[in-house]
Design a protein around this ligand. Structure first.
Ligand SMILES: NC(=O)c1ccc[n+]([C@@H]2O[C@H](COP(=O)([O-])OP(=O)(O)OC[C@H]3O[C@@H](n4cnc5c(N)ncnc54)[C@H](O)[C@@H]3O)[C@@H](O)[C@H]2O)c1
Length: 257
């Protein structure tokens, strides 16, 4: 396959592959097709699927890692150090909230549900950066997946909107922390895509329909569209872009009426 960009020699650590529909899976394939070596950190419950899927990658490194477990995160990056030494690309495509809190009234969320969603979906970003920054090469690129529900109230997105707001703010603070090493930190704000995580949001199918109608380009986006932006952000072509939230939503977010 002809490479769009050359990531040969770069090493990418990717969190968030669960199924072949996962945005992280599209990103992993695209970065790998363009020459990057890939390590996947996945949840124990999806081990079998990930091992099967990863057969499509060239010599991947696979290891279980849960964002709720600092011990596992430490072991994971020790293994990365052994495998890669240092690395260049860190991808955060992880989120979780109980289904009960992705419907109805936002204020119905309870303390545990709110804290768990924040811990997995937002705190996890600075936490994995802390655990791995010493292994990152200067000039590395970090990016995380987010959604418009961070800055606008979107029916049923509820607690995840609060998580994405925290995640986007964390992106800016991490960009400040790491700027002097030339390490960039950005967010990709994607339009709705049918995935496992999306299926937890009440009325997701009508979200897809509305998004298509209101998008300036009059269509939905795909995980491959996100992976193409990821490829650019992973490459040195984006070396002066940091602290940004870049939208891949067919122009939905700028359509005022
Ligand atoms: N699908 C969409 O419409 C959409 C739009 C914008 C942003 N996003 C974001 O993209 C990212 C990826 O989601 P997706 O849509 O590909 O769905 P997905 O279900 O394929 O991916 C979510 C991932 O989070 C992982 N995860 C959940 N809890 C975890 C934990 N405790 N530790 C480690 N991993 C954990 C899951 O194993 C899964 O791999 C998420 O941050 C999501 O919010 C999705």
């Amino acid at each position: 396959m002809k490479k769009a960009l050359d990531l040969t020699g770069k090493k990418a650590v990717i969190f968030g592959v669960a199924t072949d529909k996962s945005i992280a899976w599209s990103i992993a394939k695209t970065l790998n097709d363009n020459g990057a070596e890939i390590a996947l950190g996945y949840q124990e419950r999806v081990k079998q699927y990930v091992e099967e899927l990863a057969k499509e990658l060239h010599d991947p490194f696979l290891m279980e890692c849960d964002m709720m477990d600092d011990f596992k995160i430490e072991r994971f990056f020790e293994a990365i150090e052994e495998k890669f030494g240092t690395f260049d690309i860190l991808v955060h495509a992880v989120a979780f909230a109980k289904k009960d809190f992705l419907q109805g009234r936002f204020y119905e969320v309870d303390r545990k549900g709110y804290n768990t969603a924040q811990e997995v979906s937002a705190f996890s970003l600075p936490n994995i950066v802390k655990a791995s920054q010493k292994l990152m090469n200067d000039g590395a690129s970090i990016f995380a997946m987010t959604y418009l529900g961070s800055v606008m109230a979107i029916r049923n997105y509820n607690v995840m909107g609060a998580c994405k707001a925290a995640l986007e703010s964390s992106i800016r603070y991490l960009a400040m922390d790491l700027g002097e090493r030339g390490i960039r930190v950005n967010g990709i704000s994607a339009g709705p895509i049918s995935t496992l995580a999306a299926s937890g949001i009440a009325g997701f199918d009508s979200m897809l329909e509305l998004a298509r109608e209101k998008a300036l380009l009059k269509r939905n986006i795909s995980a491959e569209d996100v992976a193409n932006l990821a490829l650019f952000l992973a490459s040195d072509l984006s070396k002066n872009i940091t602290g940004q939230i870049v939208y891949v939503d067919a122009g939905y977010n700028v359509n005022g009426m």
